[in-house]
Design a protein around this ligand. Structure first.
Ligand code: HEM
Length: 436
């Protein structure tokens, strides 16, 4: 086993290709291990990860996305920094999103999103999921080859979220273009959210929300005709006019950020999960055969895929009150590196964790979607998106195999992963197939 004792998880690109060996190395020392850089403790055990995710008193989500980068804007002192974090929040990058807020503010924001993810709403989306899949597949189905990441998964996930949110049809191609190459937080890189495709999407959403609020003001309702036609649909109106549980109205920035965040949270995660899955389908003819013979097995495939190679590699928490996890003291001010991926390969929880096994009992207890107050609200949608995609792709693509021009011959395969510490993200997945 390589000695990883001095590597910096957040900057060392040599970990990108194979993060699993690194996490195994850490777990072998202790499932809760102090790292040599940045005042970070890594949690790689299944039970310990759940403990942290469920403990909102000692752990804040303020750094859930970026972890320890950049540093806190103050020097943590003492055993309780809850108040200091609250006061410094506006100076902590990206700390005002639903996923990074805590307590009541988080619950308020999440309540607005919850209206998009009701079972009836998801059911209503289903026919479109299938239609969108078929439309995307038609773009390459006769070519006999595809880069699944760029030509299918990315645009598919964008269009599904646009549909979920009720983005006007005319703007959807623009959204697709903006988000073509968007990828969060690079290893060793700066986080430049302001100039990203997400920011461009955010500008559009701000426009929709502003317009919907204006058009629904009492005196203006009668003058709607003067503002021209509007195909931005009921869903956007509902979100724009939604109230928090206590009856107060979210700011325009709140509703805009929520809408834009859905693309950040649901686009690449879903796209890269799908490509991780099709890498397995292409490398394992037995699995491919089983899924073709009995599409009902896609459910078991998907849960094992989420456990084995879910697309989220790591997230963060900030310890705000000194406590212990797995017998290790964590001081207030310490960042926790939480790895959903490492927890899902903890041999104490899953036998032979590095083996892909569609018959694994209780694979569904994986942590790919997190746990606790911040559990992925889009999980039911993501599951449907991936299930429909696998069904439709298998129906149109026979004999799926890796394209050796890009991935090399059997025994000497090459795969490039995006240099991000957040996602397990194949840069591309080039497949060959027999058109059906
Ligand atoms: C395979 C696909 C996906 C994976 C692996 C995934 C994973 C996760 C994880 C691990 C979290 C928890 C983060 C934390 O605890 O700090 C999360 C939160 C979240 N996800 Fe997903 N996600 C996926 C797809 C989606 C989709 C499709 C959407 C929406 C369109 C979405 C929206 C969200 C939102 C809004 C949150 C924040 C929830 C909160 O903080 O209350 N995700 N996701």
């Amino acid at each position: 086993m390589r000695d990883y004792a001095d590597v910096d998880f957040y900057t060392d690109t040599s970990l990108v290709e194979d993060p699993h060996s690194y996490f195994d190395f850490l777990r072998a020392q202790n499932p809760v291990t102090k790292l040599p850089h940045r005042n970070v403790v890594a949690v790689t055990g299944y039970e310990e990860t759940i403990q942290v995710m469920l403990d909102a008193e000692h752990f804040s989500s303020v750094n859930a996305v970026n972890g320890p980068i950049p540093d806190l804007p103050f020097e943590p002192k003492g055993d309780d920094i809850t108040e200091e974090v609250r006061n410094a929040r506006s100076k902590i990058a990206y700390s005002d999103q639903v996923v990074t807020e805590d307590g009541k503010r988080h619950a308020d924001l999440r309540s607005i999103l919850a209206m998009l993810f009701t079972p009836s709403r998801l059911k209503a989306l289903e026919p479109n999921l299938r239609l969108t899949a078929d439309t995307m597949i038609a773009e390459f189905a006769n070519d006999g080859r595809v880069d699944l990441v760029a030509q299918y998964g990315g645009p598919y996930a964008t269009l599904v979220i646009a549909d979920l949110l009720g983005v006007p049809e005319k703007d959807r191609p623009l959204f697709r273009k903006y988000l073509e190459n968007a990828i969060p937080a690079e290893v060793g890189g700066e986080v430049d959210m302001a100039n990203s495709g997400f920011a461009k999407v955010g500008k559009h959403i701000f426009g929709y929300m502003t317009k919907r609020r204006l058009l629904n003001k009492p005196g203006i309702k009668q003058l709607r005709g003067l503002f021209g036609s509007d195909d931005s649909g009921e869903i956007l109106t509902e979100v724009a006019l939604a109230k928090f549980p206590d009856g107060s109205q979210p700011s325009l920035v709140d509703v805009t950020s929520l809408g834009a965040f859905l693309f950040g949270a649901g686009q690449d995660t879903t796209n890269r999960l799908l490509s991780n899955g099709f890498r397995i389908i292409a490398e394992r003819p037995d699995v491919q055969e089983e899924l073709r013979a009995d599409p009902k097995r896609i459910g078991a495939f998907l849960e094992e895929l989420l456990r084995f190679e879910g697309s989220v590699k790591s997230g963060g928490r900030l310890c705000v009150k000194t406590t212990t996890v797995g017998g290790v003291e964590i001081k207030a001010g310490t960042t926790l590196l939480l790895s959903h991926m490492a927890a899902n390969r903890d041999p104490k929880r899953f036998d032979n964790p590095h083996e892909f096994d569609m018959n694994r009992p209780k694979a569904k207890e994986h942590l790919a979607f997190g746990r606790g107050a911040h559990t992925c609200i889009g999980a039911p949608l993501a599951r449907k998106e991936v299930t429909v995609s696998i069904e439709r792709l298998l129906a149109r693509m026979g004999n799926i195999r890796l394209d050796e021009e890009f991935h090399g011959p059997e025994g000497n395969r090459r795969f490039d992963y995006e240099p991000t510490y957040i996602l397990r993200a194949l840069k591309s997945l080039h497949l060959k197939f027999d058109p059906i």
